[in-house]
Write a new protein. Structure first.
Length: 412
């Protein structure tokens, strides 16, 4: 049995090791890069600068291994191979920045598939050439199975399952309601590739349409879609509604956004926003604009379209998540009873479910981490564009050739 003195000694040793790692990281990367990196994770700012091709050594630097420092993006060779053995369209699995900034550590899954040309796009031409295929690329944020909070008694066994390609997804799901098996916070892209090798963006989706597993439609942070019967561009906006609030003696937790606006939260009202000297209730709206497929195809929207949207939408995403991912807002929007029943079905409902605030707490405890959300995969996607990796993925997939993922060679 470990006594109190031994436990305190272990904690002191861990603090010493973490401090030494941070000092070595600072020595390797420099203060400017780490400062911009922290700003991006917290606010979504400086994405373009961090994602530049020149920062590839800092994002995938193998020197970190020599100094016992996890790389910012670390290729997970065994887990990637296991997914491929399960016949999953996994291009690569990465861990994000080790455990010093993120607990549990984040896992990023990248998948790529070659699909048939949708009927709605079959009539398009590029220099008189017909469409050849649709390349479907998705980025997901997950947590490792071994760190799933609902499976503590299985933590010694789960890493074997995660790295064992013989275990199917269905068999893994028999272990219980695993958050790590859920697809969350994704970036989704589809490219229509023509016979002459040219391509255009047919779909760009940012963010999940069912936060905490509560689906209320197909709206998300941003969506541009040509591969459907009714092509649209769907955006999102946080808007103030109703009169100034009389908060009385309500306790307000205040939280600034990246654009300088101030959000607040009360247990009675949920998320509110400062309007001058007052506070007002806010909600997310999802404006939609119809698109003409032919007109859009003539714009020849390529990867510049994707980076342009990333530049525009970050750090606006910071305000969006304060409301869209607030668990009490989701309970009130989806419905108290419906949310409780969904949690009960998954075995995740706790005591005191008569209170919407307690049900919201259960959502929060069993949901995904609330801090970074889509930012690590947005940075990885932007970087893939900057180093030419995303274009190689599109072209090689269309040609049925395999492409080695960044970080794969270093992991051999």
């Amino acid at each position: 049995m470990i006594n109190k003195e031994q436990l305190l000694a272990r904690l002191d040793e861990k603090k010493r090791i973490d401090k030494a790692r941070e000092e070595r990281r600072l020595e390797l990367f420099g203060d400017d890069f780490l400062r911009l990196f922290r700003d991006y994770l917290l606010l979504g700012a400086n994405l373009q600068m961090l994602a530049s091709a020149g920062n590839h050594p800092l994002l995938f630097d193998t020197r970190c291994k020599e100094h016992d420092i996890p790389t910012i993006y670390q290729y997970l060779r065994e887990e990637t191979n296991a997914d491929r053995q399960r016949q999953m369209p996994t291009y690569a699995l990465y861990s994000f920045f080790g455990t010093e900034w993120y607990t549990p550590p984040l896992r990023i899954a990248v998948s790529v598939q070659r699909k048939d040309v949708p009927t709605s796009l079959a009539q398009l031409r590029s220099n008189r050439h017909k469409p050849k295929c649709l390349v479907d690329i998705e980025f997901f944020e997950k947590i490792p199975l071994a760190h799933d909070s609902k499976n503590r008694s299985l933590r010694e066994l789960i890493p074997d399952y995660e790295k064992d390609g013989r275990m199917s997804t269905e068999e893994l799901q028999e272990l219980g309601p695993l958050k790590a098996l859920q697809d969350t916070e994704k970036l989704h892209l589809k490219f229509l590739v023509f016979e002459d090798g040219s391509y255009l963006t047919a779909f760009l989706g940012m963010g999940e349409s069912s936060p905490y597993g509560l689906r209320e439609g197909n709206d998300r942070f941003y969506k541009y879609s040509l591969d459907c019967d009714m092509p649209i561009e769907q955006t999102s906006a946080v808007v103030m509604k109703g009169p100034a609030l009389d908060l009385g003696g309500s306790l307000i937790w205040e939280d600034p956004a990246a654009d300088g606006s101030m959000y607040g939260f009360t247990s009675e009202l949920g998320v509110i926003k400062r309007d001058g000297a007052n506070w007002r209730k806010v909600r997310v709206e999802f404006p939609k604009t119809p698109l003409d497929i032919v007109a859009e195809s003539q714009k020849k929207l390529g990867l510049g379209f994707v980076t342009g949207k990333l530049n525009t939408l970050f750090p606006a995403y910071d305000s969006f998540i304060k409301l869209y991912y607030d668990p009490l807002e989701r309970v009130n929007s989806f419905g108290h009873e419906k949310t409780a029943l969904l949690l009960l079905k998954k075995g995740l409902l706790g005591l005191g479910f008569e209170s919407p605030l307690n049900v919201a707490s259960d959502l929060y405890q069993n949901g995904c981490h609330e801090v970074f959300r889509m930012k690590p995969i947005a940075l990885l996607l932007y970087h893939f564009i900057e180093i030419g990796e995303l274009e190689r993925m599109v072209q090689s997939t269309a040609a049925l050739r395999w492409q080695t993922a960044p970080g794969e060679r270093q992991a051999q």
